[in-house]
Structure formats: structure tokens, C-alpha cells
Design a protein around this ligand. Sequence first.
Ligand code: UDP
Length: 240
Amino acid sequence: MKKTVILGVPFDTYTMKEAADRVVEMLEENGQHIICTPNPEIVMEARKDRELMGILKAADMVTPDGVGVVWASKYSPVTLKERVSGYDLVLSIFERIRATEHTVYFFGGAPGVADQAAERMKAKYPGLKIVGVHNGYFNEKEERNIISDIKRAHPSLLLVGLGSPKQEKWIYNNLRLTGAKAAIGIGGSFDVMSGNLKRAPKIFCRLGLEWFYRLITQPTRIKRMMKLPKFVLTVLKEMK
Ligand code: UDP
């Protein structure tokens, strides 16, 4: 499978379907796999954060979570086929594994959110085996207990929603200790799965304006979102 590099980050050129199929294969292989789904904000962050860039380079799968990254790939040797967001990727994986023996652990979000998300996902994907849930706020001692809990639950797939870059660093440093076959950093996806946060209406997604919907509904993100125009300018300057 081909990769293409955008501002230093190597992206896999999978469609959503190919990416979901590949993750299911990973659950059946020996070894452990890390999956990251960076958006333009995270690409910009990685240019300043060497640890994060190192993790994105070492990850087993990197998919573009954002139309900005797909747009930027026009200026790279291989064009990305479509946006593969963490949220949609996870739902596609649930659909594929719900009737199998594969199990999932939900880690992240405010207290109660991942529990709510787990209940809703079990209802939406009958047969889905969620073997453990933990919120994403912890101190050092609690972190050790969380790792033991994940290890005991023995999930095939570990979903980590701590926000970026915390979740990528957490996965990189701890996946080995958890024993999970694969881990995906999924940002605020538990908030959406739980029903606490609405996803942008389809029309916004179709027009590539999901970022705009998030800006008007969560104006506190404005500072982070200022990285978007910087991303566009940097792509035009360095890649065009
Ligand atoms: N979060 C968490 N622990 C923390 C910080 C954040 O579990 O120490 C959760 C937070 O509750 C939210 C998610 O991480 O569910 C971050 O969501 P955001 O939309 O900011 O993710 P991003 O856009 O960074 O992927």
C-alpha cells in the first residue's frame, strides 16, 4: 500500500473501506499496531513536537482526518482518495467485528461518557463485545490501574480518546503493556458516540465544511483552529 508525505507526515492512501479491512486484519495478526488519524491541526502540531512526529512516522497506519489533508495531497506524489476520520473508521470496524470474537476497550472522555458511548454502540452494533471502559482523567497511580484493567480485559482493539497529542503519546508509551492487538487515537469520538456532542449535519461534511460547523458550535476551539489557515499557507508555500 502506498504512502504519501504531507508536511513530513506519511499518510496511507487507503479508502475508508480498505482502512477498516486492514485494521481487522491487524487484529488477526501477531504483534501490535498503532493507528493514528491526524487532521491539519495535528500535522501542524507535529512540525513543532518531535515526539509526536516520531510517533506518526512509526505508526502502522496513518489516515487523513480532515478534508484539508486530502486537499493537500494534490501537491504530493500520490493523491489521497478520501477522508478517513477516526470516528467513521471505528464505526466501520464495529460493523465488521460485531459478529466475531474480537473485543474492544473504550478508554477516554469525561467520567461517564465512555460508559454511555459503550451502551449506545452495543445497541447500534448488536453482538459488539466491549470488554472494558475507563474515563480519560487519571493520576499516575490510577494510570497503572487502568493499564492493569485493560490487560485483564484482554481487548483486541483499544480505543483511546484523550485528545491529541496526549492519546498518541499514551498509545506509543503504553500499548505494549496493555497487550491489545491494535490501538487507535480517536479524539472526542466518545463524546459523539455517547450522544453528548452532535456531529456536523451531512451537508457540511459533503461540502468539506465540517471544520466550519465545529467552529460555530464550539467557538472555544478558535485558537486551535487558527492552525487551519496556517496549514493551507504552509502547504502552498512548501508543497506547491
Ligand atoms: N480527554 C480526556 N483526558 C484528558 C483530556 C481530554 O479523556 O486528559 C478527552 C476529552 O474528554 C474529549 C477528548 O479527550 O473527549 C478530546 O476531544 P477533542 O475533540 O479535543 O479531540 P481532538 O480534536 O484533539 O482529537
